[in-house]
Design a protein around this ligand. Sequence first.
Ligand code: MV4
Length: 450
Amino acid sequence: MFDKILIANRGEIALRVIRACREMGIASVAVHSTADSDAMHVRMADESICIGPPSSTDSYLNKAAIISACEITGAQAVHPGYGFLSENEAFAQALQDHGITFIGPSAEHIRIMGDKITAKETALALGIPVVPGSEGGVANFEDAIGVAEGIGFPVIIKATAGGGGRGMKVAKNAQELEIAFRTARSEAKNAFGNDEVYIEKYLQKPRHIEIQVFGDGKGNAVHLGERDCSLQRRHQKVFEEAPGPSITAEMRNKIGNICAEAVAKINYIGAGTVEFLYEDGEFFFIEMNTRLQVEHPVTEAIFGVDLVREQIRVAAGMGMSFTQSDLEINGHAIEVRINAEKLPNFSPCPGTVRVFHAPGGLGVRMDSALYAGYSIPPYYDSLIGKLIVHGRDRPEALARLRRALGELIIDGIDTTIPLFSTLLAEPDVQNGDYNIHWLEKWLDAQLGQH
Ligand code: MV4
């Protein structure tokens, strides 16, 4: 096992990893920018080292500075958290070249899942159901029309190099396709420096369901069910839950086993998430994330496992501490993301926190790097906390979330907290009756009322 791990991240996820290290008797090293000298992750780690100026490009994304920090502190492994360098193939490779363990999948697995077309081809080859569409990239409009007529309209054009919903265009007929195809290519070229696009059948009202998988790198892998992350705004998830309100045990086991077998076949190591669109009882692969995700705590809650501990174990060459038959779902968990943003426009709103009071009690987990007096720097993501609740069933989790939100106090800055109390009063949310478009429609309707 490692003696010392460096955490190449900040905020709540850095604390999450430091906590796992501490429970495992592993020393932790925090890295930080000059804007983060007073950040909680610096205070909580055993050691810390400054790696650059505020801009993330020069600090949290600075591979050379992070590798130097490992050499200086003697850290044997790096946990990348999520975002930043967590899915950076070159970083994973550079660490390996320096004899430092990347706590995550191999550079090769990051590569094959990073490129959307390669990911889809890999998924198809591994027996994962994918959205009907073009086989690889579509070079010209004639081919695009051919594919669209084969699968039927509406279709969606996606940039191979895109992600997070960028570079997508929907076309309802051949006429729209001509314009959409041309703009999608030129936008992809401008945004990503790569004009390759591909075409898929457009699913109109799907849910976003993702399967948590975990491999030991030696051909063994498990799944830890699904999360429903359909409630999102501009491709930013807002509310996530596990299990998915629409998923039966039979469907879960079927798609879960397909995903676990797929990643076992490639000797995948560590945590991964296979993302699907789910419509009318069918799963369609869209992407795979080769990292620990923001919303991993809802899975931890219902399975009673520590995913970061398992990541560290497998990275050290030990096995996972459980097998598929040990994994059983217990109750229901919900996470809400708390952002330093001003409603109704969700405009980033950094500033100084005057009061911070985290909720507590049975089934409540608050992951946050806030403290009273902390000044949130303007340079990074606006996520400042995650409130996760766990109950014996969905109604209990919802009641617990309402109760915990009532206890939570963050004063001095604007946050997205008020959104959740309003959201919880909605019958569709209470009934779990929503899809990927529900939240944006609801937010538009709310604005209309004011
Ligand atoms: C789609 C789709 C409908 N049909 N693909 C958006 C981001 C990227 N991860 C995939 N996305 C979508 N792909 C087909 N064939 C609708 C979306 C989509 C979406 C997906 C997940 C969560 C929220 C979304 C919001 C708008 C569109």
